[in-house]
Write a protein that binds this ligand. Structure first.
Ligand SMILES: [Zn+2]
Length: 485
């Protein structure tokens, strides 16, 4: 940002593809400067934002604009502001307000060699997550000016509060549903997408919500990635902003395309699929989303990122997430899961068809859950496993697959290319009997065959086997073929 003061009609012009919010900041910044007891130069002010070809948007430039004008009018010592990056919106009274997207902005600044940053007090702990950054905070413009003049010590953000992250829900609360629990464990171990079909009350949502709790905690690099996406969405908790757990996003079926995959203007914001990055995207009552919306998820899931084109530029957000789809057995959603609900077979078929197609084709695990029986509910004596116990097996299985797949640059069985699966990781014929039979009968497509093999490898990793045998392949075929309707 460059600021020039010249003789001429007093006023302020901002050049360099600034959006409306920045042009409006003229009045905000002027009021903030005057209300902070500083002088607003009665001259012609020209602000240049460079590079001039790149669109700038948002109110985060306010603080820098104010400091620039004060420096140009010699109310700050020469050069005092130059080594700092200023990020923050100004209130009319000179207060500095937090903005969205501080984490990715500071990451980019530090990478570009600008380590010294000044942000709003409420953004301090978020900016501090960037290891290379040297972060200062200011509550008001007057405070920042006093700091730059050397009249006052700079303020540092408080160290990240070590309060525990949100309590995750535990598998110990799930009654019955052995098949559902197993499917969840396999999904976690191999990174597989999962479809749960069953009557309302069978526990589909309960199970889905417990997937983050059995996924490995995020690595430091992953935690920063995930937190950066949530910073752009503006929904980070204050105090301890770093997200260390796999996130869980469950958009409603009335969600729009921009809400789901990202959108908005002038610059796009991440959608639910990106907020679920390194975590879980749960679509309850999946058939209600409609084919178009579901199919729009396929490409982003395949690429691991979503690019949104706007007049102001292209935004690319990561979206490596695990998908869980939940569906009722038929449109009337009978509580018992019985076939005698009165829905015609035509109606059932139409309902199931809303899910079929390219997205469902990518879902390795398709499991139907029975209604929870009275006996299971009353049977309090049964020892149920905790999430911690399951998570320990998941970590071991993931270590096994990562060691085997590192040669191809992969970590999880769900990522293995079909060619590698069929040639380099080829299984002996006898192990494949049930899968080949299903293929011959047309129950499995060639792609479905690959998916069965991926799940079989995950089952082997969970069982501590060096490779899957007939039992694992049989089980994987079963997990693929139990379909809705
Ligand atoms: Zn029905």
């Amino acid at each position: 940002m460059e600021v020039d003061l010249s003789s001429g009609l007093p006023g302020m012009a901002i050049v360099g593809l600034a959006d409306t919010a920045i042009r409006e900041s003229r009045d905000r910044v002027r009021a903030a400067v005057i209300n902070s007891g500083l002088d607003w130069p009665n001259r012609k002010i020209t602000i240049g934002l460079s590079p001039a070809t790149l669109p700038k948007h948002g109110s985060g430039y306010d603080l820098a604009l104010a400091v620039g004008v004060l420096a140009a009018s010699e109310q700050l010592p020469a050069g005092a502001a130059e080594k700092f990056l200023f990020l923050g919106e100004l209130g009319l009274d000179g207060r500095i307000r937090a903005i969205r997207g501080v984490l990715p902005a500071v990451m980019a600044a530090a990478t570009g060699g600008h380590q010294q940053v000044v942000v709003a007090a409420d953004n301090g702990s978020e900016a501090q997550l960037v290891g290379d950054a040297d972060v200062w905070i200011g509550a008001t413009l007057a405070e920042v000016v006093a700091f730059l003049r050397g009249d006052q010590e700079g303020q540092r953000p408080a160290p990240e509060a070590q309060r525990p992250q949100l309590e995750v829900q535990d598998l110990v609360d799930v009654v019955g549903q052995a098949a559902g629990r197993l499917a969840l464990e396999i999904a976690a171990a191999g990174g597989h997408h999962l479809l749960l079909t069953g009557p309302p009350g069978a526990g589909k949502t309960m199970l889905a919500e417990r997937l983050p709790g059995i996924l490995p905690p995020l690595t430091d690099a992953e935690a920063l990635e995930v937190t950066a996406v949530h910073s752009l969405s503006g929904n980070l908790p204050r105090g301890s902003p770093l997200i260390r757990r796999a996130p869980f996003e469950s958009p409603h079926h009335s969600a729009t395309m921009p809400a789901l995959v990202g959108g908005g203007s002038p610059m796009a914001r991440p959608g639910a699929i990106s907020r679920a990055h390194r975590g879980v995207l749960f679509l309850d009552e999946a058939p209600e989303f409609g084919r178009g919306l579901l199919d729009s998820l396929r490409q982003p899931l395949e690429n691991g990122e979503v690019s949104l084109h706007r007049a102001a530029g292209v935004s690319t957000f990561p979206c490596r997430c695990q998908l869980i789809l939940a569906a009722n057995p038929c449109p009337c959603a009978p509580a018992t899961g019985d076939a005698d609900c009165g829905c015609s077979s035509m109606a059932r078929r139409r309902y199931a068809d809303r899910l079929s197609g390219p997205l469902l084709d990518r879902v390795d695990l398709q499991v139907s859950l029975p209604a929870v029986s009275r006996r299971a509910l009353l049977d309090g004596d049964v020892q149920r496993e905790t999430s911690a116990a399951v998570a320990a097996r998941v970590v071991r299985a993931r270590a096994a697959s990562a060691a085997r797949l590192s040669a191809w640059g992969r970590h999880m069985n769900s990522d293995v290319p079909g060619a590698v699966l069929r040639e380099r990781l080829r299984l002996p014929r006898p192990a494949l009997i049930s899968a080949e039979l299903a293929l011959d009968r047309g129950l499995l497509s060639v792609r479905g065959f690959d998916r069965v093999l991926r799940v079989a490898w995950t089952l082997a990793d969970l069982a501590g086997l060096s490779s899957p045998g007939g039992a694992e392949v049989d089980a994987a075929v079963g997990l693929r073929l139990r379909r809705i309707g």
